[in-house]
Design a binder for this molecule. Structure first.
Ligand code: G16
Length: 543
């Protein structure tokens, strides 16, 4: 006879979801009651779990399966009807988004701290996605927080652990648990979107690719899609076994953390195309032979060429980018005479635009690109769209970039991150800068004259909601821009992000090193924010 236990709960401080769900140190998540309180708060925020269907899975990091067991038992105790869970507890974030939509679930719980390292001394995270497959909007995360602050009890079924290893259906305290192959539905979706025959022919013709799964969740997805279905040679996918600590690595697909791939791609015998994805499979890195493609440029190229893939052959409705992302995609939207939108950082802000059919493709400087096929950014989708474009255009990545920049001009772009700063110092710097914004116009820094400065606010044109204080923007007379913003995904102190951008016309120097091309803008950022106050030699990460 199964029992439903009602357990007394005391609120925890610090259950405020950030840019993408609740991210904390793993040990904090493992404290007795911490996960339980937040899960109960999610259920409360969506007016209960009774009779509902959820999708559940994570990126395989340390504590993933323990957390899944707890969530399944809590879903059962709260009266959920059915939970679809990835075999072994695995689901990439885009695959989870797809399953929510495909099986008309009421939502999904996704366990990941994305690109942050995994392990008992690293990071863990949990986010809730709604029935459209997208991350909970701010109004919903505010309800979760409110409930977490006044929680007095949670419910959990007192049952044995559920078998996650075998695909099939089980009954857990009256709730159906369906363990499914995490890859199958997603792979079918990708086959619908892209010209697999053209890509297969390209591989048959000797096209060489390297995909670094970074010991994270995309390994099984990439092997199935690239090696099994598209015929790329075995070994195309490296680091393809998900591991709880990502092989002790940092599963963040940027030139710093994907160093092995970058070194190979810059070498003499580099493959034609290189790519990587992050912990939960929603980010991507694109690199050609000897040429790194910045995420902002990748978004612009994908928007300009999407019509070459079957799913977008009738054109795209519009493009959205997060504010700190470069203006490269705006130029494409203008040329295509389609709408473009500028939203705050966070994929959740794209959901309404996608649902309303105002945009088809979205992207962010933080290495996320995606389309209306799901409501998350999607790493392998971006890689496959690139492959589809390469297969149709029969050109190298460098040729495609050269053509793109000659047509639209190049937005030289880089982001400098200062990580794990004392929170007070970072807040102080931002507040001080915010207070000086109004006086900056007309002032010169490193030879650049400020034209205007503001704190970015967003008015959602679909639901009318407003979001304030989304980053400090400084525009210069020659079209350069600097943005200062504090990250909302860190788990230690504060991370200051400095986003740097400068436009070069299509007739100018298009292949300079971005750090050199941006030297003046970088100096201006230092002078304006007096970055020497951080006491650092330089940024921890330059994208
Ligand atoms: C999340 C969000 C993205 C955001 C990124 C960085 O990505 O979904 O929209 O751009 O964090 O956010 P921040 O600058 O606040 O750290 P992910 O891949 O970590 O889920």
């Amino acid at each position: 006879m199964m029992t439903i236990k009602t357990v007394q709960a005391t609120p925890f401080a610090g259950q405020k979801p950030g840019t993408s769900g609740l991210r904390k140190k793993t040990r904090e998540f493992m404290q007795p009651g911490f996960l339980e309180n937040f899960v109960q708060s999610i259920f409360a925020a969506i007016d209960g779990a009774e009779g509902k269907t959820f999708v559940l899975g994570g990126d395989g990091r340390f504590f993933n399966t323990d957390a899944i067991q707890t969530i399944l038992k809590m879903a059962a105790a709260n009266g959920a009807k059915r939970v679809i869970v990835g075999q072994g507890g695995l689901l990439s974030t885009p695959a989870a988004s797809h399953l929510i939509r495909k099986y008309a679930a009421d939502g999904g719980l996704i366990l990941s701290a994305s690109h942050n390292p995994g392990g008992i001394d690293a990071d863990f995270g949990l986010k809730f996605n709604g029935a459209n497959g997208g991350p909970a909007p701010e109004a919903l995360t505010a309800k979760m927080l409110a409930h977490s602050q006044e929680i007095s009890e949670y419910k959990i079924a007192d049952v044995a652990d559920i078998d996650l290893a075998t695909c099939g259906t089980q009954d857990v305290a009256g709730m159906v648990v369906e363990v499914i192959d995490p890859v199958a539905d997603y792979a079918m979706l990708m086959e619908d979107l892209f010209d697999f025959d053209a890509i297969r022919d390209m591989f048959e013709g000797g096209f060489r690719m390297r995909f670094d799964a970074m010991h994270a969740v995309t390994g099984p997805y990439a092997k199935t899609l690239l090696e099994t279905r598209l015929g790329a040679p075995v070994g195309t996918v490296i680091n393809g076994e998900p591991s709880p600590d990502f092989g002790k690595g940092h599963p963040d697909p940027n030139p710093v953390w994907a160093k092995t791939l970058m070194t190979e791609m810059m070498g003499d015998d580099a493959p034609d195309f290189g790519a990587a994805s992050d912990g939960d499979g929603d980010r991507n890195l694109i690199v050609g032979k000897g040429l790194y493609v910045s995420p902002s440029d990748s978004l612009a190229v994908l928007a300009a060429n999407a019509h070459l893939a079957p799913a977008y052959s009738n054109g795209i409705a519009g493009v959205a980018r997060s504010m700190p992302t470069s203006s490269a995609s705006d130029r494409v939207a203008e040329a295509l005479r389609i709408a473009s939108y500028e939203t705050p950082t966070g994929w959740k802000f794209f959901g309404n635009l996608l649902d309303a059919g105002r945009v088809t493709i979205c992207g962010e400087e933080s290495a996320g690109t995606g389309s209306d096929h799901v409501r998350e950014k999607d790493g392998l989708w971006a890689v496959l769209l690139w492959l589809n474009i390469l297969a149709v255009r029969k050109q190298s990545v460098t040729e495609i970039m050269a053509d793109h920049w000659q047509t639209y001009g190049r937005d030289y772009y880089s982001r400098h991150d200062y990580e794990a700063l004392p929170s007070e110092l970072a807040t102080d710097l931002m507040e001080g800068l915010a207070a000086r914004l109004a006086d900056l116009s007309g002032q010169d820094f490193a030879g650049l004259t400020v034209e205007s400065a503001d704190s970015f606010a967003y008015h959602d044109p679909v639901d009318g909601s407003d979001s304030q204080n989304q980053g400090l923007r400084i525009f210069f007379k020659d079209g350069a821009r600097i943005v200062f913003r504090l990250s909302g995904t860190g788990t230690e102190g504060a991370t200051l992000r400095v986003y740097l951008q400068r436009f070069e016309a299509g007739t100018g120097a298009l292949f300079d090193d971005p750090q050199e091309a941006l030297a003046q803008v970088i100096q201006a950022a230092h002078d304006i924010a007096r970055l020497e106050r951080l006491g650092r030699e330089g940024p921890d990460v330059r994208t």
